[in-house]
Write a new protein. Sequence first.
Length: 366
Amino acid sequence: MGPLAVTQLLALISLTVALDNGLLKTPPMGWMAWERFRCDIACKDDPKNCISEGLFRDMADRLSEDGWKELGYEYVIIDDCWMSRLRDKQGRLQPEPSRFPGGIAKLAKYIHDRGLKLGIYADMGTHTCMGYPGTTLDKIDIDAQTFASWGVDYLKFDGCSSNAVEQMLGYPLMSKALNATGRPMAYSCSWPVYVGGLPPNVNYTFLGDICHLWRNYYDIQDSWDSVLSIVEWFSNNQDDLQPAAGPGRWNDPDMEKSHVEVYWRPLSQSASALVFLSRRTDMPYLYHSSLGKLSYDAGNYEAYDVFTGATVTGLNATTEFTVSINPSGVVMWYVYPKKSIQTDEDAQENLKTHMAKTVPRHRIVL
Ligand SMILES: *[C@@H]1O[C@H](CO)[C@@H](O)[C@H](O)[C@H]1NC(C)=O
Ligand SMILES: *[C@@H]1O[C@H](CO)[C@@H](O)[C@H](O)[C@H]1NC(C)=O
Ligand SMILES: *[C@@H]1O[C@H](CO)[C@@H](O)[C@H](O)[C@H]1NC(C)=O
């Protein structure tokens, strides 16, 4: 691209309207596919976990049938590796037909029919991080239109295989292109991390004008970026969001010097989710607390560790416990009153089995 073209595009960007379409007044909540799982395309060998329409339909079923939706968990987000290696004859992105035979529009309808929203992934650059077709500057409009035509509600726009100039042009242009489709879509920008993540390279004021959320600046593992950015967004906006946050309440009992944060959310049947997040990057952190300190009422509880499948028994409000959280890691507990396992044992067991089956280790629930 010549200098003139760059100048012209920059002039265009200065006219970019803010992507202020009223979305994400509360933080996005939902399910995302993760790491190994994220680019598992071996549907023959691993049909349950591979990136395919069945997987995302399953996610939607779980969100809508297990009580998560009522709490505001609404986004089902497809990450990298959903695409065909080739664009179609009109130059549009298309899903890999063997894994998404019904197409994305049909999947979007399935998800919308359950009162949920669909997120999708694209990459500002020649290729996605996993080597699928990227969205170069000349493809921004057509890709935004394609996503809108499918009924997509959220775009994660990654930044592999592009340079700083292309990113400076591309991220605002995509914002404008999404707006121009007329379909309100949330826009998650991975831009900051590709330019060092800190001012002056990143102008967070500008970013806030064009994106709904963004990948934060920590030097972290690839697999962790989005979750941390969402949580970052949570914690930065928590004072504003708390009054608005869904049925139930957001409780942030702890914001420790240890860089461990704890999030709490009520679930059905008197259960709740406790999420321990560590922002440390050096070593696993041993977090000591008790349910009472985290605002739980007196009583006996058990906790089911969603990722390891371990059950923590014998908890009451004063029982001191220690959670080991890996650097940039998360521990998620499904906490339920001990009483209810006796009165409603089958339901609890069902849910645990359910979760053990449907929550692969690398999938993150927020
Ligand atoms: C487009 O931007 C304008 C101005 O910020 C906003 O009022 C409108 O809701 C946006 N529309 C969509 C579809 O994003
Ligand atoms: C950052 O962006 C805002 C909004 O576009 C702009 O007003 C401001 O001048 C920018 N700051 C710097 C240091 O460039
Ligand atoms: C709570 O559990 C602790 C052991 O973790 C026990 O020492 C204590 O007596 C229990 N308190 C109540 C009220 O049951």
